[in-house]
Design a protein around this ligand. Sequence first.
Ligand code: UD1
Length: 435
Amino acid sequence: MEKIVIDGGRPLRGTIHCDGAKNAALPILIATLLAPGEHRLTNVPELADTSSTLSLLGRMGCPSLVHDDALRVDATRIAFCEAPYDVVRKMRASVLVLGPLLARCGEAKVSLPGGCAIGTRPIDQHLKGLEALGCRFELSGGYIHGIAPALKGAEIHLDMPTVTGTENILMAAVLASGTTRIHNAAREPEVTDLVRFLRTLGAKIEGDGTSTLTIEGVSRLTPASRPYSVVGDRIEAGTYLCAAAITGGDVEVTGCDPALLESTVAKLREAGCTLTVGEQSVRLQRDTPLQAFNARTEPYPGLATDMQAQLMSLACLARGTSRIEETIFENRFMHAAELTRMGADVQHTGRIATVVGVPTLQGAAVMASDLRASAALVLAGLASEGLTEVLRIYHLDRGYHDLVGKLRGVGARIARTSDAITDRSELSAALDAAA
Ligand code: UD1
């Protein structure tokens, strides 16, 4: 297996371009199942999760290829309505096939996703919404087997604004007869991007960006004649802004709409950074010490839980005491213990972490537990004294395309190497070779 090695302490300077958003690309790829024919998509990020989704679609009988800069998915026929355990266990978003398969084929079998590092993550709201539309579910052998002889619009009230839950129900409702209203729907920009894509197929949806989605079912959907471009990744953009902030650098991040980054930008300003917002870019400069801040994760437009770990790394080096509250997932402070191994002062009880800023962090070997926790450890490594080794980087490959190359492009001394290499001089040689 590979690890990332970082020789920290260099301010980052330059420009980093963001790819398309993972959390928009995955539901959009899965939504192609709704419309028979060939779909063309651009700005799809090259990630492990994208490959897993394409291989899942391939197993269902929908092959894909890249041609003329566009990813083409052929959803003419669906031969197999199942998402098996070996795919779902690697990527929870596979559960999104439920809605489209039930709507198009009247049947779906999906391995029930278990808990994961950040919490139990049930899918009761997905099932409740789909049942309201007329689906029936049975659990057997770890699989949810759903049938839907006919889908009929309904009023659905979600207990919480679940992102993939909203998307699953939405994708079934677009082909249901009559009107569906999803109350307390997620307002995340990635849900809005899915709505935009579904509209290009002929779906009738109103209310995107608000907490009530109204869907007027149609009898069939057809692939659009033009390629659809996936929205830029606000979490990737936020992560690179944090990289500039933690190293005291000057970085312009392009390829993402700054309007979608407002809560992160506000927090970085509170932390003492100067941010300049462009049309499709945000520039961050910092030449004064980081200041402590309080942060609370919330559904969009609040601060994204997917930015919490990265902001905690900043707080570790900020002057004063920061309080970070995680309200979305019950166990999303796994990075705290690893940051402590680098010299950070972080205590957490329940959903609240208290971070007392320290003047410096020291490089160490640290273990990534989930995608954004891994990003947080890379950030800490960029600002640490000495060498940091981040292990289990397959998590990072799920959500960041060419993270090492992009950071190197703005001056970081960082490389991927085999995790069998532990000798200091060999690690330095790997960093030199990559430079
Ligand atoms: C999505 C994102 C993930 C992000 C999260 C919150 C994708 C592929 N993933 O995950 O990156 O961190 O939104 O912004 O888009 N819940 C239930 N029952 C349900 C569904 C959810 O209790 O049926 C709970 C969850 O356990 C969690 C909260 O609701 O505590 C929010 O989760 P949800 O919005 O569903 O997250 P995901 O869609 O899985």
